[in-house]
Design a protein around this ligand. Structure first.
Ligand code: NAD
Length: 360
């Protein structure tokens, strides 16, 4: 028998195809009537269209959301929200736009509706990562958790194949670490295994045909479950490595998760056999780490830190940073072993401890 604590996250989720049409009633359902619509610059046209569809319920757009939520962008967005008298935000986009909505909520207490268009999963967490002067800090607060998440499969049809693959692997990473989290529990583990399986089924189909609506639905469902894992239990070595590589070496978020995940999994394999068995089962593989590495290969995703532009000379510093103030991890964090993990990830070798097997 396993004792555990499960804390549910209070939010409303609407999932389906064409669900954007329900946005006006969701705004009204919150008792709000003055929405500020948020996006990144490339998704500005989508934000404008969405604001137009809200009619009188929208009071403007702010389309300058940026990766890692820079605080100067947030300050401009908060000023805009105040200027137009917004009483809620609608964030349409990936983790960057969701991050901006969360930062505005933290500063102003405005309600948030999030309309995710990637698989990053930020919409399911009470966590905000933001950057100031090149330094990334993370905080957790109930104020940060969105009130409503509206998943519309149709909005993910435009996600390019490359981002589909890496964003999907980013989602899988949340579920992998949830399965061996210190505070894991049977409910979150169910979601984790189901989330990995749904994404592992869907992603290869989407790389072949980006407009496969059934696979898009499976992928978004999987991403939701994986995001819930991220919001519900603590993350470990893999997320620490990615935060280090993203924060200190400016590597791209989803791609870094994709490259590092098989190696972090191989590192933890001896200390978390039950989690490994569940990950392998969800992937339809005999080995968790190799299964993840094979999946990334089949998706044509990057599989080495070298390919992401990290110089080999950065590995020592990366190992130092990743082992300073480590997150809890099932296997103790040893600096030399982490340096060796990073060297493997840099070269894109088969994750150690696993036999090479067919990969595209
Ligand atoms: P992103 O939000 O930066 O999006 C990447 C690019 O893809 C952007 O230009 C965006 O406009 C575009 N895009 C998004 N959806 C699209 C679509 N359907 N079609 C075409 N283009 C589309 O990337 P991301 O990977 O979703 O998010 C990464 C950010 O989210 C990072 O800053 C990361 O730290 C953060 N994040 C935070 C949490 C959390 O819990 N706080 C969780 C996961 C990620």
């Amino acid at each position: 028998m396993q004792d555990f604590v499960y804390t549910g996250l209070a939010m409303r989720v609407v999932f389906g195809s064409g669900t954007m049409a329900r946005l006006p009633e969701e705004v009204k359902g919150l008792g709000r009537s003055r929405a500020l619509v948020l996006s990144t610059p490339p998704q500005a046209a989508q934000a404008e269209a969405l604001a137009a569809s809200l009619g009188d319920l929208a009071v403007g757009t702010f389309t300058a959301a940026a990766m890692h939520t820079p605080t100067d962008v947030t300050a401009r967005a908060v000023a805009k929200a105040r200027e137009v008298g917004a009483d809620c935000t609608v964030a349409v986009g990936g983790g960057s736009t969701t991050g901006l909505g969360k930062a505005i909520a933290l500063a102003t207490d405005l309600d948030q509706i999030v309309v995710p268009t990637t698989y990053a999963g930020s919409e399911m967490t009470p966590i905000l990562g933001q950057t100031e002067g090149g330094l990334k800090t993370t905080q957790r607060s109930p104020k940060i958790l969105p009130e409503v998440v509206l998943y519309d499969v149709d909005l993910t049809l435009t996600l390019p194949a490359g981002l589909t693959a890496t964003s999907g692997m980013n989602a899988i990473a949340h579920a992998v670490e949830a399965l061996y989290a210190q505070d894991r529990n049977p409910i979150v583990s169910l979601m984790a295994e189901e989330g990995i399986a749904a994404l592992a089924r869907a992603l290869p189909r989407l790389v072949a045909a980006a407009d496969d609506r059934e696979a898009r639905s499976d992928a978004l469902y999987g991403a939701w479950l994986c995001g819930l894992c991220l919001g519900s239990v603590g993350m470990a070595l893999h997320h620490k490595l990615c935060h280090t590589l993203g924060g200190s070496f400016d590597l791209p978020h989803a791609e870094t998760h994709t490259v590092v995940l098989p190696y972090a999994t191989a590192y933890n394999a001896p200390a978390a056999p039950d989690a490994m068995a569940r990950i392998a089962r969800a992937l339809g593989s005999t080995d968790a780490a190799t299964g993840l590495w094979d999946l990334a290969g089949r998706l044509g995703a990057p599989r080495s830190l070298h390919a992401l532009g990290l110089p080999e000379s950065a590995l020592d510093r990366a190992a130092d940073l990743a082992t300073a103030n480590p997150y809890w991890n099932p296997r103790p964090i040893e600096r030399d072993a982490i340096r060796s993990l990073l060297a493997q990830a840099w070269a894109g070798d088969v994750p150690r401890g696993a036999e090479p097997c067919a990969a595209a």
